[in-house]
Design a protein around this ligand. Sequence first.
Ligand code: NAD
Length: 250
Amino acid sequence: MSSKARVILVTGAAGGIGGACADLLLHEGKRVCAADLKPFHDDDVHDDATDTLLLQKLDVSDQASCRAVVAATVERFGRLDGLIHMAGVHSDHDWRHLEPEEFNKLLSINVTGTFLMAKAAAEAMRKTGGGAIVLTSSGSVNLSGHGGEVSSCPAFVTSKAAVIGLVGALARSFAPLHIRVNAVSPGATDTAMMAHYDEKAVRRLSRRTLAGRIGSASEIARVASFLVSDAASYIDGQVIAVNGGETHES
Ligand SMILES: NC(=O)c1ccc[n+]([C@@H]2O[C@H](COP(=O)([O-])OP(=O)(O)OC[C@H]3O[C@@H](n4cnc5c(N)ncnc54)[C@H](O)[C@@H]3O)[C@@H](O)[C@H]2O)c1
């Protein structure tokens, strides 16, 4: 199979990093199903050749929705070779203001949703001999949730730590099916997810990186695109930090 023939499903594709992933894959000549809970706008995913792009509504916390999007992808393109799973939600509330409903919502979308999406993708990939899955954790897991002016975001950090557990468990589960499972772990990245951070908070996030700045969506997308490609054929069960050397507290 030529790499041009590859079919990749991108979740969270109406968002910053997912949109950048879909853009990059289309630019590379892949066929892409771009899926998201929120509607797509014209400038979310750029594409000149519409026969390479399928847009789908998706709720990753709903198994039937995950399976329907995979089925639509296979119906349109004949197969599924890769999943880049970027869909996710954030929560800034600290322990005093975090209610169980919000905590459970984060777990339902960021953890159960990740499992359901990977499961639905693997069910299709196994029929054509394998594939690759890229999940999304977060650098905040290693920083105890410290971000900007926010001292801690327990629900978000817990959900993204759980994704690290899923990477190992799913990589082992899917290895007999010739499906690799890895994750990217972005540091602070300039997308809507950070829109509520003021300039002072962004400066603080920038200072704690060796690069001295926050990342761009395309910098995360390039690594996700590599991990889902055959060029990463010997990388499995890994969480790759993409964070400009985000190691310092400020
Ligand atoms: N931006 C950052 O600083 C940062 C840092 C670490 C990790 N991440 C992770 O990277 C991923 C992409 O984040 P982003 O910065 O592009 O944020 P974003 O908010 O721009 O994109 C997230 C997308 O996920 C979609 N989504 C939310 N719930 C969904 C659901 N139930 N079903 C389907 N789609 C759903 C949203 O509609 C949105 O388009 C997320 O998993 C996020 O947690 C981001």
